[in-house]
Ligand binder design. Sequence first.
Ligand code: F3S
Length: 749
Amino acid sequence: MVQDIEMLEEFYSKFPKRVDSARKSLGRPMTLAEKILYAHLYDEHSVRLYKRGEDYVNFRPDRVAMQDATAQMALLQFMNAGKDRSVVPATVHCDHLIQANIGAKADIQTATDGNREVYDFLKTVSGKYGIGFWKPGAGIIHQVVLENYAFPGGMMVGTDSHTPNAGGLGMVAIGVGGADAVDVMTGMEWELKMPKLIGVKLTGRLNGWASPKDVILKLAGILTVKGGTNAIIEYFGSGASSLSATGKATICNMGAEVGATTSLFPFDNNMAAYLRATGREGIAVKAEAISSYLEADEDVRANPDMYYDRVIVINLSELEPYINGPFTPDAATPISEFAAKVIENGYPRKMEVGLIGSCTNSSYQDLSRAASIARQAYEDKIPVAAPLIINPGSEQIRYTAERDGIIGDFERIGAVIMANACGPCIGQWKRHTDDNTRKNSIVTSFNRNFAKRADGNPNTHAFVASPELTLALTIAGDLCFNPLKDTLKTEDGCEVKLKEPQGMDFPARGFAVEDNGFIAPFASSDEVKINAESCRLQVLEPFAPWNGADLLDMPLLIKVEGKCTTDHISMAGPWLRFRGHLENISDNMLMGAVNAFNGKTNYVLNQLDGMYDAVSAVAKQYKKEGISSIVVAEENYGEGSSREHAAMEPRFLNVKVILAKSFARIHETNLKKQGMLALTFADKDDYNKIREDDKISITGLDAFAPGKPLIAVLRHSDGSEESFPVHHTYNELQIKWFKAGSALNAAHE
Ligand code: F3S
């Protein structure tokens, strides 16, 4: 048992009282999300009706989880916070830095050797500050959290955008930047704008090829990548309780793809069963005892339109399997229409690699359903057309799946079993391909499919689907294959249809594991050493405070056209090695963003010499000359991951302002925390006024105040000027962060 049960006993004894008191103050029935949020107010006496989408509220989350790529920066900041220990339970998970190449054993060894300095740093810091450490190969953060730490009614933050995965066990789990994690670990208030609430009523029951993944793939099509911004998606209805806990987690996980703050399901028997199957009988009993507090009140469920800001109904009985993509997870297409879409859009029809895994879809249930298809392919002698790669979610799942023959089912059809880690999902994939310049298609069971994400190749068309559909398409090797109606040819020339997938929520014989890879916090007195010569780790120097003046005549660094995710701002893959070294990783700044003036990536005008160069090179040149610069962008800037490097890199390279049409939530907060100005166009058409060689000023900072617009002044090279208002969402505290140079600086003032 890796969880602190005493803490949970206290939690469950207080939870009903807190909810009752909040319900009394609000004077109306409550949704589940509201119950959990109000029960976690930083000051329990500060209960009042907070306006959704407007009021900033201080919370006290129960725990923190960090993955290795973001933990480095989070812990470097925590070391500057002056604390001896994390005041809440926290864990570090080594899952992002393992490259998928030839197979689990060899790849973990390569990662352990290659990342020794980083792993040693994370382990030593974890030990010193009372943080649990999950070593490389132990599993993917969200799967490990679900198996060990998530609990109904709880609240956690995690330095990864798919932290909402824990909503599968009824937890409000929110992805944040490292600076937010530091707030929680130091016991400070953790601030969040009171989210809006989207209620999703699930009716009916999944059948056949439809899986939990298809619920969120369909919903992504309805909401789009922005539709959940600043909202919690709360599921309810009889269909919700028919889903397994890990299926619910899949749905919550991918709520990140619609920008949702988090997603969650009410407590039910399937959650209790999962808690018991993963050795947490005590939590199941406690949750069962207060189960009415772990779901929306009856009146909310009966009249959802009165209590949620938006209600969507999905009938699981009619749900088709979906395939979303390429390049964006909200391009949703039901399988019945997908073949026509492939032909119409000229997507490469040959399916080149199938990948099953990621935090979204690597549970025992996922693997067992996919394995049933693999078994049929082997037994019926159906040739498998494309290579198959599997990343199990945790060592517990891998070990159990091996014992139960599931891993064998995959291996018999030629699958390579990679480490229990993110691997190709975060660009850590040494793809073996004959030609990188050829347009090609892959199908994954992952959550994200932005250009270049899996293999760094812009020619790769990545589609996301359920594990079972991924496997069916891998066998067929054809994107146009629809297993619901098409047949495949066996080696003997017979036409066969794949049978509907069959799987188990969890193993009949129970989970088993020899070494789960957990190292409990140990009161280490080891000094945390960072070698000044290291290219992987660098001590963080505080950012300079605001100098009290308006930001004048900043050259435009880049005007970004179209989608600009955190992958575009701070690419993963090979750059993951520099996540603990701000100076070195800043070399990748905005290298994936498209310059609106020439359609090229990483090719921008240097206003000092009139030449074109990489974005980071130009920013460095400006910084060297003591010049600040500004970035202009379109909608949902910073969509995607929680990596705060995407905010820290521009900050480090003297970019002072990001002026966008809109921001993704986590990234906007990260920018604020690092002392940047995140501004939006009051009139989005003003984006068109920005010219390539503009000098841009932001004025009105002496009167910087909540709700009060600032002014952007464009000085064009022909001598003309124009100005327009720009909006912001800074509150008093966040303005303090800006003035102090960062939230961390402000905390020390
Ligand atoms: Fe890892 Fe991909 Fe999930 S990077 S945490 S498996 S989204």
